[in-house]
Ligand binder design. Structure first.
Ligand SMILES: NC(=O)c1ccc[n+]([C@@H]2O[C@H](COP(=O)([O-])OP(=O)(O)OC[C@H]3O[C@@H](n4cnc5c(N)ncnc54)[C@H](OP(=O)(O)O)[C@@H]3O)[C@@H](O)[C@H]2O)c1
Length: 378
């Protein structure tokens, strides 16, 4: 952990931030569709404002709609003609992810930029689980975004050249994900201030960008992962009170010493990956301080990326081959609608819809999704 902080500081000193007013090295986003998860606070809010300032149509995919509404009003008070659309998205709930994707697929003809920004930094003593039984850091940071991205893949292809920007963290270095137990089934008690679950989840985010970049090599859909640096946002609000009181940069709200990036500066690498021409033909790589980050890129092991991908497909109930096939959007929408019309709370899609060949697969998935509707599209 100390090494990560030292490396952040070393790179931060003397660093010249991107000038957000200078758009000369950027691709234009005027009239383009940008989806930002967690756009109602911190870095997501800054990026949202910057995209609106450049004339983009922005979809704010947020959990807390009251906060999203207030941010939208704030931005509209500065840019009265802002094209802002608010959509509900709770990344800890795969049903919510699917329904958000459906909304986007139905309401917009394509997506040009997807910014997987929302994040959770859990430091609980025991493994936190979502209502679907997923480990919470993994669900919010990785699996929710994994599913959302794959469901929007057809739209991203329609909007190409397009970009998928995944916000990871340099804390990926603190713990390596185990593809055989991605969901931390074998863990219960973590001990005091254990950051392993969040670190593992951020590692997964960055491996996802790498593997997806490879899978989309033949397309003009590019992927990026990044660490924004240390920024004093709401991310650390779960930290123990004692720790928050320490003058640790980025943790204490008042610790605006040299090491703390103000929100605008902290969003520079996100803006770089989303818009800059320099990286428009790069894909699957990792960035920090608004430039390529070769050390982290080298840590994104290809074999691990493949294994984490396979485990993620199982946990998120989605298959790349399916979403990558022609006409997937239409099929998914049709199926989603017919399922949601017919099904009540807690009911399941009958494997018949999926065909007898999928019976084993369904049985395996049912063992994971004991409380979830099986509105899967395998
Ligand atoms: N700040 C840093 O130093 C730092 C360092 C490395 C990486 N990052 C990453 O940067 C990204 C942005 O974080 P931030 O620093 O701007 O923190 P933030 O201000 O706390 O923003 C986090 C955002 O994620 C949203 N979110 C949390 N749980 C969610 C869920 N279940 N479903 C949907 N949205 C959810 C929050 O929405 P609500 O309003 O509903 O809570 C909020 O909009 C995160 O991915 C974070 O991990 C930040």
């Amino acid at each position: 952990m100390t090494g990560t902080l030292v490396s952040l500081l070393k790179n931060r000193i003397g660093h010249e931030f991107l000038d957000f007013e200078d758009h000369s090295n950027e691709e234009s986003v005027e009239g383009r569709v940008v989806v930002i998860t967690g756009a109602n606070s911190g870095l997501g809010k800054v990026v949202c404002g910057q995209m609106v300032a450049r004339g983009a149509t922005v979809i704010m995919a947020c959990r807390d709609m009251a906060k999203a509404d207030s941010v939208s009003s704030e931005i509209k008070s500065i840019f009265p003609t802002a094209q802002l659309h608010l959509l509900k998205l709770d990344l800890s709930n795969l049903d919510s992810v699917r329904s958000c994707a459906v909304n986007i697929l139905e309401k917009f003809p394509h997506v040009n930029i997807l910014i997987n920004n929302a994040g959770y930094f859990g430091v609980a003593n025991t493994v936190e689980r979502t209502k679907n039984g997923l480990e919470k850091n993994l669900a919010v940071n990785h699996l929710g975004h994994f599913l959302l991205t794959l469901l929007l893949l057809g739209h991203l292809k329609k909007g190409s050249p397009s970009r998928i920007v995944c916000i990871g963290s340099s804390n990926y270095k603190w713990s390596i994900p185990n593809p055989d137990d991605l969901n931390l089934q074998s863990e219960v008690n973590l001990g005091l201030f254990n950051v392993a679950p969040t670190s593992k989840s951020k590692f997964c985010v960055m491996l996802f960008a790498k593997e997806l970049g490879k899978r989309l090599e033949a397309t003009q859909v590019k992927t990026y992962s990044l660490c924004p640096g240390l920024v004093d946002t709401g991310l650390f609000e779960n930290f123990p009170w004692l720790l928050r009181c320490l003058e640790i940069p980025g943790i204490n709200e008042d610790a605006h010493v040299h090491t703390v990036w103000k929100h605008n500066d902290g969003a520079e690498t996100v803006m770089y990956c989303a818009l800059r021409k320099e990286c428009s033909q790069e894909s699957g790589k990792t960035y920090r301080f608004a430039r390529y980050w070769p050390e982290a890129d080298a840590d994104m092991d290809e074999d691990l990326a493949k294994k984490v991908w396979t485990a993620s497909e199982k946990l998120a109930g989605v298959k790349f081959e399916e979403v990558n096939s022609n006409g997937f959007d239409r099929k998914f929408l049709r199926k989603y609608k017919s399922n949601s019309n017919e099904l009540g709370q807690g009911q399941k899609v009958i494997p018949m819809i999926l065909g007898p060949a999928y019976k084993n697969k369904v049985a395996a998935l049912e063992s994971i999704y004991t409380n979830d509707k099986m509105d899967l599209f395998i």
